[in-house]
Write a protein that binds this ligand. Structure first.
Ligand SMILES: CC(C)(COP(=O)(O)OP(=O)(O)OC[C@H]1O[C@@H](n2cnc3c(N)ncnc32)[C@H](O)[C@@H]1OP(=O)(O)O)[C@@H](O)C(=O)NCCC(=O)NCCS
Length: 232
């Protein structure tokens, strides 16, 4: 069971992180993977009543990875925590399947209270580096949270929010099939093909302009040299 979970997680890292070159690299060098595996043990202990052992186990996980996940937090499948350092996931936080968190993300408390006080994150959500999601709010499926945003209000499905406090930007999935974009940004494959061709043509045009300018300068230099009287 744990082995299948590990294999699935490694495959997810390889599919989603453009920097992941091999399964061995992911297994040995990705603290996000170690933290999630470690959380599996801590959560197992916690839910069986071994509270101190669960807490201590999560503390060791934090010590090893720089990622703090409370043993009571509920994590969905295929969670990727990229880079990882400084991530904090609080006690009553819930994270859906296929989410992608960058370093310094906090799923934390807005105001001191008991009971449910951390956010609930839907499926396929991307949370940018340094973002804070605070309070018992819900972040909908396929939402994207910009780097360094502070989110204190619920985020609807398919919505991108940025800033402090986070507000939606005018960019929804607009009928596109939900799919993963590294860094939360549409990659070239999702661009309109005509736009992509135009971008290519524009780049080629700029290059041709630079070449023409260089040739013109060389021709002018040659003419000036020829006009100069011999001996000068
Ligand atoms: C939020 C995000 C997903 C939006 O990407 P996008 O859909 O390509 O959106 P755009 O770049 O077109 O930006 C839309 C608007 O939001 C603004 N914006 C984008 N990201 C922002 C951010 N993190 N904070 C504040 N404003 C931001 C843009 O300036 C733009 O504003 P404008 O409409 O006034 O010009 C992306 O910018 C982001 O923050 N991704 C996380 C990346 C990350 O954490 N990387 C770490 C890698 S190690």
């Amino acid at each position: 069971m744990a082995f299948m979970f590990l294999r699935e997680l490694i495959r997810t890292y390889r599919e989603r992180d453009p920097a992941a070159r091999s399964s061995a690299e992911v297994f040995f060098c990705y603290p996000g993977l170690h933290a999630v595996m470690w959380h599996g043990l801590s959560h197992w202990l916690w839910t069986r009543g071994f509270l101190l052992a669960g807490r201590f186990s999560s503390h060791i996980g934090r010590w090893l990875t720089g990622i703090e996940i409370h043993p009571a937090a509920r994590l969905g499948r295929r969670l990727v925590i990229d880079h990882g350092m400084g991530v904090v996931i609080g006690e009553t936080a819930e994270v859906g399947d296929d989410c992608y968190l960058y370093h310094q993300v906090t799923l934390g408390v807005a105001r001191a209270s008991s009971g449910k006080r951390h956010p609930t994150i839907g499926n396929n959500v991307i949370i940018g580096a340094g973002a804070k999601v605070l309070g018992p709010i819900t972040v909908g499926d396929n939402a994207r949270i910009g780097a360094n945003a502070v989110v204190v209000d619920p985020v609807p499905d398919d919505t991108t929010v940025v800033g402090i406090p986070a507000r939606p930007v005018d960019r929804k999935l607009q009928g596109r099939e939900p799919h993963f974009d590294p860094y939360g940004m549409p990659c070239d494959d999702s661009l309109d093909p005509v736009l992509r061709d135009l971008e290519g043509l524009r780049a080629e045009l700029s290059e041709v302009e630079v070449r023409i300018a260089r040739l013109a300068a060389q021709t002018q230099q040659r003419q000036t040299d020829q006009q100069l009287p011999a001996g000068n």
